[in-house]
Ligand binder design. Structure first.
Ligand SMILES: NC(=O)c1ccc[n+]([C@@H]2O[C@H](COP(=O)([O-])OP(=O)(O)OC[C@H]3O[C@@H](n4cnc5c(N)ncnc54)[C@H](O)[C@@H]3O)[C@@H](O)[C@H]2O)c1
Ligand SMILES: O=C(O)C(=O)C[C@]1(C(=O)O)C=C[C@@H](O)C=C1
Length: 363
């Protein structure tokens, strides 16, 4: 170990979106990374992206400090068994979106659970494969860790160090609790997104042509790889079904109230919308903070090269840290609205600096 909890040499098994993103984040910190994937093209691309070197065939001369198994949930247990038989590393972790089933499979296969600490970074994308990988994917995101009672403290320290090295916040949670939690905040939302997107398969050109940002936001994750997601959902079926049934009840009640058409019925629909506002406001912002804690400074920006860079530079000159950024494009016009989230006390200073430099800052 170079320093406590920080691995010097890491093997990444599975060079898709998550494995390559972890490898890139580690490479930025100078960690030696060895890569392997059963798909030769995915491995080659990860190597070309600078994520590390290909792991030589057969056992490595000296076990790495850590092997990260970034394969689909159904492949975690067999991949762990194989990696442990090859003596790839002194500690092992996975990144699968579901935890209880792969852990039970690993125990059943006779894997060594003293060196394995199951993990799950809560960051990703609707895109798969190494081409979509980013070293900053995990910055400020939670990274669930589910050590079993058998896990050695050294293995827990090494895997905690991996999460921190990728810029994430480790959160220790029991596997069953993890799976129920992600059913609510990740897996059921995925199915709901797919159900909304599925309505569009029969949409005509007029309807599709009127698509705004709302439908794009609600359906972004519906573009994900169905093979990966069926593996996730079927390994967490009961908790996901519980959430989907509750959502389906809300939707069925809303539909019947809308058909009713009375003022009283509309008030009940409004109640669902208000519960939606309340639920949405409970999602933590960056670093687990309250997202409503930031003030938003809107800036009208012409669609010109270098515009964003100049705005960020002006924020730097004003000594204002930008916590988050969104861009709303104005369809068919060479304009957009940039929304800069900043600490409330910095909002006026930033607005004044930007106005002084000629940008339009409404409000
Ligand atoms: N996609 C996300 O947003 C996301 C986020 C967090 C965690 N995860 C989890 O990360 C894991 C990987 O997902 P991904 O999005 O990177 O998928 P991906 O399809 O981009 O990459 C998976 C890689 O694993 C390889 N692979 C599959 N089976 C293998 C095996 N038996 N041995 C070696 N390599 C094998 C594939 O060839 C592929 O390159 C999954 O367990 C998933 O649940 C995904
Ligand atoms: O942002 C996305 O594209 C994701 O769907 C990422 C997301 C999530 O639901 O937040 C999806 C599955 C993972 O297990 C972790 C993260």
């Amino acid at each position: 170990m170079a320093e406590e909890g920080i691995a010097r040499r890491v093997v990444v098994v599975g060079t898709g979106l998550i494995g390559t993103s972890i490898a890139l984040a580690l490479r930025e910190r100078g960690t030696e990374v060895l890569l392997t994937d059963r798909d030769a093209a995915a491995l080659r691309m990860a190597v070309e992206l600078g994520a590390g070197d290909a792991l030589p065939e057969g056992a490595t001369a000296e076990p790495a400090d850590l092997a990260v198994l970034a394969v689909p949930p159904a492949a975690v247990a067999v991949t762990l068994l194989d990696a442990q038989k090859r003596g790839l590393a002194t500690a092992y972790t996975d990144v699968a979106s579901v935890k209880a089933v792969p852990l039970a499979q690993a125990a059943e296969l006779g894997c060594d659970l003293t060196t394995f600490v199951a993990g799950h970074p809560l960051a990703g994308s609707e895109r798969s494969g190494p081409a979509a990988a980013r070293p900053d994917l995990f910055l400020g995101r939670p990274w669930a860790l589910c050590p079993t009672p058998d896990a050695a403290p050294e293995a827990v320290a090494t895997v905690t160090g991996l999460a921190r090295a990728c810029g994430a916040e480790p959160v220790v949670v029991e596997p069953g609790e993890h799976d129920r939690a992600v059913a609510l905040v990740s897996h059921a939302p995925h199915v709901v997104s797919a159900a909304v997107a599925a309505r569009l398969t029969g949409a005509d050109d007029v309807a599709l042509g009127l698509s705004g940002q709302g439908v794009r936001d609600v359906t972004r994750i519906a573009a994900s790889d169905p093979r990966l997601w069926i593996g996730i959902l079927s390994a967490n079926s009961e908790p996901v079904a519980d959430v989907l049934e509750a959502v389906a009840t809300d939707l069925a009640v809303a539909a019947s109230l809308l058909r009713d058409g009375s003022e009283e019925a509309a008030a009940h629909v409004a109640d669902l919308l208000l519960r939606g506002n309340a639920g949405r406001s409970r999602i933590p912002g960056k670093h687990g903070g309250d997202q409503s804690a930031y003030a938003v400074v809107p800036v009208v920006i012409p669609d010109r090269p270098g515009e964003l860079a100049m705005i960020f530079q002006a924020a730097g000159i004003a000594g204002v840290n930008i916590e988050d950024v969104t861009i709303e494009h104005s369809p068919g016009r060479p304009l957009g609205v940039l929304e800069l989230s900043v600490e409330p006390e910095a909002a006026e200073r930033l607005a004044a600096e930007l106005r002084a430099r000629g940008w339009s800052v409404p409000g």
